[in-house]
Design a protein around this ligand. Structure first.
Ligand SMILES: [Zn+2]
Length: 392
């Protein structure tokens, strides 16, 4: 696997210092003991589990419930994160196919060629490019968006595999990724992308920015559900691990790029809040999550709609702030909670137990969800303040 990671690194250009940091991470992951060293020694309960409807469609990710652009207006306007199909910007078609992509464009000769006439193979993924999406965006815009993603996708996927190496099988097959910007999948109404564990495929919805925002999260679902002898079983660990790995443990250049078109005013805002990474000229995702997780509880957010980790589109209320549960917290809160768990109990106590369940939390960490939530909130405030991140 090491060679595979190194090879994929050679194909892309990362910001200064990033490659060295990634190499350190890969070396550390390869040196780490394998998964047998579980922190919790108690034998695992064997529970019967009905065919896990959960695994059928692991939906799950949505754009943050407010973006950097929207944040500044969050006090006054409830934000609906779901873009309707008629909001997709149509561009004039351009006849030219791209002359140079990071990976060559191939003609699809499979059964689904009419719908997906073009393929792109990277070492870690096979992209199926929808004819309808290309027509809707225009060839030029579509392939420019694809190329922006391809320039960093391999590095991001390699880093996620390196972080999770102790918990994964040796061989990781390439993942199939389908574009569905025109919203044919039912899930596109609620989510930015999803991973289907039965079909072992990722679908990305809406546009390239949304794809870039959500893709690494979905790839972590693929790794932790389908590329391990100990697959994740339920939502708490599924979403927590996906958020933690994609936004705290990895640099996630794809997601950073989704924030790249901020205005000067927004950039000034991000700098003042302490969430801007001047070195790479992009949002620092870990800082962003520490900020957003706490901001999720802010009085200014009461009444705002968001997709909870449970998948439901709900409205933030005081009652939720008083009684947070797995069913009603935001992705930001759960991701930051997992950063807290890793910081407090160690990465192996969290990632090494990802096949456990929500009801196992007292056994694993001494407290139930609610108890851990309040401990996390204290930790989050300390972290945020020590990093100079300001809640406006
Ligand atoms: Zn998810």
């Amino acid at each position: 696997m090491e060679n595979q990671i190194k090879q994929s690194l050679e194909r892309i250009q990362l910001p200064p210092g990033a490659e060295a940091r990634l190499q350190e991470r890969i070396d550390a992951a390869l040196d780490r003991p394998m998964r047998e060293k579980r922190v919790i020694l108690k034998p695992k309960k064997k529970l019967w589990r009905p065919a896990l409807a959960f695994a059928a469609v692991l939906a799950l990710f949505l754009l943050g419930f407010y973006s950097l652009k929207q944040l500044r207006g969050a006090e006054t306007a409830p934000i609906d994160p779901v873009k309707q199909p008629d909001e997709i910007v149509l561009q004039e078609p351009e006849d030219e196919l791209p002359k140079s992509l990071s990976y060559p464009l191939e003609l699809n000769k499979g059964e689904n060629a009419a719908r997906y006439p073009f393929l792109v193979h990277t070492p870690s993924a096979t992209w199926y490019l929808s004819a309808e999406d290309i027509a809707a965006q225009g060839k030029g815009a579509f392939f420019r968006g694809l190329e922006q993603l391809l320039q960093v996708q391999e590095a991001d996927f390699a880093e996620a595999r390196a972080v999770l190496a102790p918990y994964l099988q040796e061989e990781i097959p390439p993942i199939d990724i389908y574009t569905d910007f025109c919203g044919h999948a039912e899930e596109s109404a609620t989510f930015g992308a999803y991973y289907n564990a039965n079909r072992r495929e990722i679908r990305v919805f809406q546009n390239w920015d949304t794809a870039a925002y959500a893709l690494l999260h979905e790839y972590v679902h693929y790794l932790s559900f389908s590329c391990t002898e100990h697959p994740i079983k339920e939502g708490f660990f599924a979403e927590g691990v996906a958020e933690y790995v994609s936004c705290f443990a990895c640099e996630n250049w794809m997601k950073r790029a989704a924030f790249s078109s901020v205005s000067a005013e927004e950039l000034d805002f991000a700098r003042r809040m302490g969430i801007w990474d001047g070195e790479t000229n992009s949002v620092d995702l870990a800082r962003w999550y520490l900020y957003m997780a706490e901001k999720s509880r802010d009085p200014s957010i009461l009444g705002v709609k968001y997709t909870a980790v449970s998948g439901a589109l709900i409205t933030r209320t005081e009652k939720i702030n008083e009684n947070p549960s797995f069913g009603n917290v935001s992705y930001y809160e759960l991701g930051a909670m997992f950063a807290y768990l890793v910081d407090s109990y160690g990465e192996d106590a969290v990632l090494g137990n990802w096949d456990r369940e929500l009801t196992d939390l007292p056994e694993l960490y001494g407290k139930d969800f609610s108890g851990l939530y309040w401990d996390w909130l204290d930790w989050n405030r300390d972290q945020r303040e020590s990093l100079g991140i300001v809640i406006d």
